[in-house]
Design a protein around this ligand. Structure first.
Ligand code: ASP
Length: 435
């Protein structure tokens, strides 16, 4: 069989789409083509984004039901589940500690000029209030065990009708798979055959959606840039300049997590070589970067984990949907840096107790953050409240949030892939494609 020429490789085309999107976005922002971009370019981005979102719920249901039903015993399910959650939480806690150390060392908040602080507070007042409102509505009347109430849905249709409830979908599919495992084989056979067919269709569907990925990525990036630039592109440059230290600290933290922590996890817990891991992860990272949603990226994450990293279907169909929902290392790291940055720029000091509170709340809050664009900054409000910093402070960082969202989402999905590889390796369920 002949090799595909390099320029026809999907990831090359996606990188091209990304680069052209950046170029177009900058030209469009400079020339005020925002409206044209919204009308004629953005829809292609939505088609790609929606296509991925559309397939995420059926994919999780089909693969998880089959995954569980093919496991011969329940002990295995709980063993894999336990391991997965421990590694997810450990990598997230580490990410928060990295973010905190960098933010304490550099103190980016000290570099924000007084005048700019006032300007940003007025300019983003409304946007900040809406984030605050959303966070407060979420926290209303919530007890300590509310997470349990959140996981168990009371209705099949409503729980599967939104990609924000992925944890409920995971629960539903798990229970369904377990019940299917327990009933007599001949009774369950037609259902199992149905889910096997559904899975095959869904996998094919992902392949079709990915064909438009280069165009979709182009459009998403172009919109992100023109959206950020708004009516005054010069203002973005100014904002990036003024918040430069903050952005650098977040990006340096994310780079450490991506280039040091994950390679170490891979080295010690898997036989995968990181030189093989990163090309496999690149396509997933690119989709995460342009969609800013680990939920929408999930179909691609699962596909690449199985094909390029050799993670078995059984492990990937359980570990990855769970990861897209609860494992957000990039988001947690960003939230820790942002919380300290806001405190520092408001002249408030956060002592040891406050910093420990950040570690705890950032880990918990990142678990509860929905895998959709911009969710991280809403949940940041909860962390700010926990350490007694005024939530209006999010106004300071809103202007550069979209950009950081893209990078933290790429980190989130890399974490999911890393942990899936580690769990698969520990279960002897990793083929040798990436060794
Ligand atoms: N966009 C992120 C994700 O989907 C969540 C966030 O940090 O806003 O992974």
């Amino acid at each position: 069989m002949k090799d595909t020429p390099w320029y026809r490789k999907l990831w090359v085309q996606i990188v091209l789409g990304l680069a052209l999107g950046v170029i177009y976005g900058i030209v469009a922002a400079a020339n005020g083509w925002g409206e044209f971009t919204d009308d004629w370019i953005s829809p292609f981005g939505d088609v790609f984004f929606n296509g991925l979102q559309l397939i995420a719920v059926p994919l999780v249901i089909a693969s998880l039901v089959i995954g569980v039903a093919s496991l011969s015993d329940m002990r295995k399910v709980s063993r894999i589940g336990g391991k997965t959650i421990v590694i997810y939480v450990a990598t997230t806690a580490l990410a928060v500690c990295i973010g905190l150390s960098y933010a304490n060392l550099v103190r980016p908040g000290d570099y924000v000029p007084e005048a700019l602080r006032g300007e940003l507070a007025t300019q983003y007042e409304e946007a900040a209030a809406s984030r605050q409102g959303a966070a407060e509505a979420m926290m209303e009347e919530r007890g300590p065990l509310s997470i349990l109430q959140d996981i168990v849905p009371d209705n099949v249709i409503s729980s599967t009708s939104s990609n924000r409830n992925m944890l409920q979908v995971v629960f539903l599919a798990l229970m369904f798979g377990i019940a299917l495992l327990r009933i007599p084989k001949e009774k369950g056979a037609p259902l199992l055959a149905f889910f096997e067919g559904l899975e095959a269709v869904v996998v094919e569907f992902v392949g079709i959606v990915m064909k438009v990925a280069p165009l979709g990525v182009f459009a998403l990036i172009a919109r992100a840039i023109t959206g950020m630039a708004g009516d005054d592109p010069q203002q973005v440059a100014q904002l990036l300049g003024a918040l430069g230290f903050y952005c650098i600290v977040v990006v340096a933290g994310l780079a450490t997590q991506m280039l040091v922590v994950y390679p170490l996890v891979l080295k010690f817990l898997t036989p995968i070589r990181w030189r093989r891991f990163f090309p496999a992860a690149a396509q997933v990272q690119l989709v995460a970067f342009s969609t800013s949603s680990s939920g929408a990226t999930l179909p691609v994450t699962m596909d690449r984990a199985q094909r390029d990293l050799g993670v078995s279907e059984e492990v990937s169909s359980f570990v990855l949907p769970l990861g897209a929902t609860i494992n957000m290392d990039g988001t947690a790291l960003y939230q820790a840096v942002a919380a300290l940055f806001i405190a520092q720029s408001l002249g408030l000091s956060v002592g040891l107790e406050g910093q420990l509170t950040i570690v705890l709340t950032a880990v918990l809050v990142s678990i509860g953050t929905a895998a959709v664009p911009g969710a991280g900054i809403i949940m940041l409000v909860i962390i700010l409240q926990a350490i007694g910093v005024p939530a209006e402070g999010v106004a300071l960082i809103l202007g550069v949030d979209r950009l950081l969202d893209m990078i933290r989402t790429a980190t989130n999905v890399t974490g999911d892939l890393t942990v899936a590889s580690a769990v698969a390796a520990s279960e002897g369920q990793l083929s040798d494609v990436a060794r």
